[in-house]
Design a protein around this ligand. Structure first.
Ligand code: KG4
Ligand code: ZN
Length: 355
């Protein structure tokens, strides 16, 4: 892929789960060192809508996306001070995610692209997360190891350059975000579980209870989290009234959080060392976790590994990352037709090479 020097301006649209987002990003398609400028980044969260159900209700999500998409796009365009005609393309998350939710974004993106006569680009949500560190102030260059930790995925990747990814490891069962959410539910905490659990764990003793450390084989980079959730459930079931004591609950939350983040830390640092790539990027919603950040910072510093976290607002779902990934795909000559469809399941395997 050759670099294109003049900057491109892309409208990004994201509606794969419970956030309706639109963003305008401008960047030159420099494949060695992409560097996007966010002109606008608007996110409307559906948290409150789903909170009382304890999880995302797909039908409600689709309806809310349909309601919010147009105002969110209009707001992003007006904040960016960009006219539709000035856009070079419209990028939209095509998968993976909830089918109805994805379709809402795709339908609107098609409408905009068709109306203004600009190319449409279908983006893989995880490639979006992977590009999010290039939207910050801290310079980053390839290659790097990426720990992608979201509600749906737990992946360790070698990112050689844009579009060239090698899968080093993944969760064999629940994603770490799912494990946070399920654990929070067992502890009687709110939704979404990740932030609620890390808040509940504050000041707790991570050694107070024994939970198994699931590392599988140390030299391999796969993860497993579902056993930990079962261990937590058994602990709660065996000790009646455990959760009624606020201090015990805090300790338990701290232990569970520690058991979830420790394998992430050990394996991502090990990947940097084994592959001799002293550069680690953490992206996705769980990347907002302070405990994960602190432990990684300590380990990375000791081993002279450069560590980069996108800003919190870019860790969780947003459309700026979709715009940047779309921009780079477009500059590489890839765009979609009006036949673009939602790919609720879009395995990362079709997208990356195995280690
Ligand atoms: O990347 P993301 O916003 O959406 C997906 O693409 O899935 O990730 C959402 C996940 C949820 O499981 C949520 O509980 C978790 O990220 N999460 C956190 C924190 N903030 C969000 N997990 C742990 N600690 C946090 N502070
Ligand atoms: Zn995501």
């Amino acid at each position: 892929m050759a670099s294109i020097q003049s900057p491109l301006t892309i409208l990004g649209i994201e509606s794969s789960c419970d956030e309706t987002a639109a963003a305008v990003v401008r960047a030159t398609a420099d494949y060695d060192r992409p560097n996007g400028t966010i002109l606008a980044n608007v996110v409307v969260s559906q948290l409150e809508l789903h909170a009382s159900y304890g999880g995302v209700v797909p039908e409600l999500a689709s309806r809310a996306h349909i309601r919010h998409l147009y105002p969110v796009i209009r707001q992003a365009m007006s904040q960016a001070g960009v006219q539709f005609q000035e856009l070079d393309g419209v990028a939209v998350t095509a998968g993976p995610g909830l089918a109805g939710a994805l379709l809402a974004g795709i339908a609107v993106a098609k409408g905009v692209a068709l109306a203004v006569g600009k190319p449409l680009i279908g983006v893989h949500h995880m490639e979006g997360h992977l590009m999010s560190p290039f939207l910050g102030q801290q310079p980053l260059h390839f290659p790097f190891i990426a720990l992608l930790v979201s509600g749906g995925h737990t992946l360790l990747l070698l990112v050689r350059r844009f579009g060239d990814y090698q899968l080093l490891g993944r969760s064999r069962d629940d994603s770490v975000g799912e494990a946070f959410d399920k654990g929070a539910r067992l502890l009687g905490l709110g939704y979404p579980g990740g932030p609620a659990l890390s808040l509940a764990a504050q000041g707790g003793d991570p050694q107070a209870f024994h939970l198994p450390q699931v590392l599988l084989q140390r030299e391999q980079f796969d993860f497993s989290f579902s056993g930990l959730k079962t261990a937590l459930r058994l602990l709660i079931e065996r000790q009646a009234n455990l959760l009624e004591d606020p201090l015990q609950r805090r300790h338990l939350a701290a232990c569970y959080q520690q058991a979830l983040v420790t394998p992430l830390v050990i394996k991502s640092i090990a990947a940097c060392q084994q592959l001799a790539i002293p550069r680690l990027v953490v992206a996705g919603g769980v990347g907002a976790n302070q405990q994960l950040r602190q432990l990684l910072q300590q380990q990375a510093q000791q081993r002279q590994i450069e560590l980069l976290f996108p800003a919190l607002s870019l860790c969780t779902d947003n459309a700026a990352m979709i715009a940047l990934a779309g921009l780079l795909r477009l500059a590489g000559g890839q765009s979609a037709t009006m036949e673009l469809n939602a790919r609720a399941r879009w395995p990362i395997e079709t997208f990356v090479q195995h280690g």
